[in-house]
Design a protein around this ligand. Structure first.
Ligand SMILES: [Zn+2]
Length: 90
């Protein structure tokens, strides 16, 4: 899984119905990739906050914001020749 896939699937992670295998893949990528880890942790915290407020749906604009933030980081990394999608062939 690379960063792009991670971002695409992160939305699925928010869905309680997502398969455990996919969740494990996302967690594995977040563990290896510090940039996605930040996003992952932020997203999880956000979900917890929403849950505590008994709101189970994340607003679409929040998802978009999270995605944009990481995509920006990743593109900066690529410009610096430090591709953060280290697992692109996986
Ligand atoms: Zn990543």
């Amino acid at each position: 899984m690379n960063c792009r896939e991670f971002l695409e699937r992160l939305e699925d992670y928010l869905d309680q119905q997502t398969a455990t295998e996919l969740r494990a893949e996302l967690e594995t990528h977040a563990f290896r990739c510090s940039h996605c880890q930040v996003t992952f942790n932020t997203t999880r915290k956000t979900i917890e906050i929403y849950r505590n407020n008994e709101l189970y749906e994340l607003p679409d604009n929040l998802r978009t914001k999270i995605q944009e933030a990481v995509m920006k980081k990743c593109s900066k990394m690529r410009e610096a020749n430090q591709d953060c999608s280290s697992g692109s062939s996986e």
